[in-house]
Design a protein around this ligand. Structure first.
Ligand SMILES: [Zn+2]
Length: 380
């Protein structure tokens, strides 16, 4: 799924993120400083017209910065150290702008996330059959063979993650460490940020305890992940978008501090750049697992994703892994206006060209309609 999945819930259009950053209303000292740093970079280093600074593409900001960082070069008068600092400030501002966009939407329409809740309940219901098959079984074969779906998301936001976590909590009223409940499975090595949080555990643990997993592979990272700069462990929370307060006051790694190493946690979002650094161990693991999921899938449903050329890394993964006989369904949205229709036509053409002789169906009714047609979860 792409940005179109979260759009009805308030997810911002990536092309409008810079505009949203400059319009942020809460201006504490750190935010103000980050905005000033970005503005100075755009105007005096990139020579952008100050009045048009909101129109710059994120790729055009990140790509030169990342090229310089990779080669240890300065960008005009900005040293690599300064560029690194600038980069983390932009990361923070993007998180803040996304967060604000969701808050604004739910403020004006409290029901805007209902479709996400319903989708999460549907997914949890489907996934939980694995625990039914594992209950009291001597052989794991039947449970192992049950693998109904996985979700690959290119989104940073956690609107679906939170809804799945909530649906899991509503479904399984058990939370002992070895109880057979379900988990959000990010398909990499995670721990909970709070030591006492039992319902965050790895997918493999949950399966070993005869529970189940809802596979959610976030190949561009997630706003609720923090990674230790020392041990590379990933820490997860569903309560808040932890990378925002972490920028203000970086948490230290609870694993490392046990061994008297003071290491700080950092956000781990893969930013829009033509030089994507996918060398991060945990992100690599997610990509490798996504490759296997794509190969195993006999049906792929693309929701709110336009298959842009800029996502060349994901496109090559699809090229290599999607089966020749896979059915491709594409769920997009247009508002009926000429521009929306034109874009929709172009996106459909892109999918058909990309997937060649495979069977591709497309529709323009959007994710809310798609979810409304899914069967309601069965009563336990
Ligand atoms: Zn650590």
């Amino acid at each position: 799924m792409g940005a179109g999945f979260s759009a009805p819930a308030g997810g911002p259009d990536q092309a409008k993120l810079i505009e949203r950053i400059f319009a942020l209303p809460d201006r504490d000292a750190k935010t103000l400083d980050a905005i000033k740093t970005l503005e100075a970079f755009l105007v005096s280093v990139m020579h952008v017209d100050s009045a048009k600074k909101s129109e710059v593409n994120l790729e055009d900001i990140y790509t030169p910065i990342d090229r310089c960082l990779a080669d240890g070069l300065s960008l005009r008068d900005r040293s690599p150290e300064k560029l690194q600092e600038l980069r983390s400030k932009i990361d923070y501002l993007i998180s803040l702008a996304i967060d604000r966009s969701f808050d604004d939407r739910i403020g004006t329409d409290p029901t805007c996330r209902n479709y996400v809740k319903r989708f999460a309940e549907y997914l949890v219901d489907l996934a939980s059959d694995r625990a039914v098959k594992a209950r009291g079984a001597v052989s794991a074969d039947e449970a192992k063979a049950y693998d109904p779906f996985s979700i690959i998301s290119l989104n940073w936001d956690i609107v679906l993650d939170k809804a799945i976590f909530q649906a899991l909590g509503d479904k399984d009223r058990i939370d002992g460490d070895y109880d057979p409940f379900g988990v959000v499975d990010y398909c990499c090595y995670i721990s909970s940020i709070e030591k006492t949080e039992r319902r965050i555990r790895t997918g493999l643990w949950s399966l070993g305890a005869r529970g189940y997993n809802v596979k959610l592979l976030k190949i561009h990272g997630s706003m609720n992940w923090l990674q230790c700069s020392h041990c590379q462990q990933l820490f997860v929370s569903f309560d808040e978008k932890i990378n925002i307060p972490n920028f203000i006051n970086a948490k230290s790694c609870r694993r490392c501090s046990k061994f008297h190493v003071e290491a700080t946690l950092q956000g781990s979002l893969v930013m829009p750049t033509f030089l994507k650094d996918l060398s991060n161990f945990q992100i690599k693991l997610v990509w490798q697992n996504a490759a296997v999921e794509l190969m195993e899938a006999d049906r792929l449903v693309f929701i709110g994703y336009s298959l842009p050329y800029a996502d060349f890394e994901f496109r090559q993964l699809l090229s290599r892994m999607v089966r020749k006989d896979a059915q491709i369904d594409v769920v997009l949205y247009h508002d009926g206006k000429a521009e929306g229709k034109r874009r929709y036509k172009e996106e459909c053409k892109r999918y058909r060209q990309f997937f060649g002789a495979r069977k591709v169906t497309t529709n323009c009714k959007g994710v809310v309609t798609f979810v409304s047609k899914l069967p309601l979860p069965t009563a336990p």
